[in-house]
Design a binder for this molecule. Sequence first.
Ligand SMILES: CC(C)(COP(=O)(O)OP(=O)(O)OC[C@H]1O[C@@H](n2cnc3c(N)ncnc32)[C@H](O)[C@@H]1OP(=O)(O)O)[C@@H](O)C(=O)NCCC(=O)NCCS
Length: 258
Amino acid sequence: VSGPVISPLALVDGDLGDGCTVEAFAVIGAGATLGPRCRVAVGAVVGAGARLGAGCVLHPHAVVSDAVELGDGVEVFPAGLVGRVPKGAGATAREPDVSGHLRIGNGCSIGSHATVYYGVEIGAETLIGEAASIREGGRIGSRCIVSRCVTLNYDVHLGNGVKIMDNTHITGGTWIGDGAFVSTMVATANDNSPTEPFSERVVGPRIEPGAVIGAGATLLPGVRIGARAVVGAGAVVTRDVADGVTVTGVPARPIHRG
Ligand SMILES: CC(C)(COP(=O)(O)OP(=O)(O)OC[C@H]1O[C@@H](n2cnc3c(N)ncnc32)[C@H](O)[C@@H]1OP(=O)(O)O)[C@@H](O)C(=O)NCCC(=O)NCCS
C-alpha cells in the first residue's frame, strides 16, 4: 500500500491514511484525519478536526467543515457544503440551535450545492440530491432519498427508507416514519399564526410509516397521516387521516368509490 499522494499546491495539516490523494488548492485543516484511499479534489476543503472514513471522495470545491464526521465511502459532489453553522441573522422568529455535531453514515452521497447544517445526523446509504438543504436538528435514517432541491427545515425526523421527491418542502418539527413516500412539490406547514412570536403552537405534520403523499399536496400544521394512508395529488389536508385511508380534494376527504 502506498502512502498519500499530495499535490505541492495543496495545504495539508492533517493526518492522511495510505492511498489518499490530495489535489491542487485543496486544504486540509489541523487535526483532521482521513482514512485510507480518500480523494480530496481540486479546491476542496476539509476543516480542522474533521474525521473522514475510508474511501471518501470530495469532488472539486466540496467543503466538509470543522469537526464533521463522515463514515466510509461518503461522496460529496462539487460545491456540496457539509457543516453549515445555523445563523438567524436576527431575522428569524426562532433562535437557531448552533450547538450540534454533524455525522454522516457510511456510503452516503451528498449532491452538488447541497447544504447540510451542523446538528444533523444521517444514517448509512442515504442519498441527498443536488441543492437540497437540511437544517439543524435533522435526524435522517438509512437508505433514504432526499431528492433535488428538497428543503428540510429544523428538527425534521425521517425514519429509514423514506423517499422525498424533488422540490418538496418539509417544515420544522415534521416527523416521517419508515418507508413513507412524499412526492414532488408537496408543501407542509407548522404554524397557523406565523406573524406571532414562535411558541409551542408551532407543530409540524406527522406522517406514519408507509404513507404516501401525492404530488402537490399540502399538509396543514399538526395533521397526522396514518400508516399506509394515501393523500391524493393536490389535496389540502386539514384534519387527521386514519391508517390505510385514501383522501383527495380541497379540503381532503376520504375518496368515494363507485
Ligand atoms: C388518490 C389516488 C391514489 C386515487 O387513485 P385511484 O384509487 O386509482 O382512484 P380513481 O382514479 O379511480 O379515482 C376515484 C375518484 O376520485 C377522484 N380522484 C382521484 N384522484 C383525485 C385527486 N388527486 N384529487 C381529486 N379527485 C381525485 C377521481 O376523479 C374519481 O372520481 P369519480 O369517481 O367522481 O370520477 C390517485 O388519484 C392520486 O392522486 N395519486 C397520486 C399520484 C402521485 O402523486 N404519485 C406520486 C408518485 S409519482
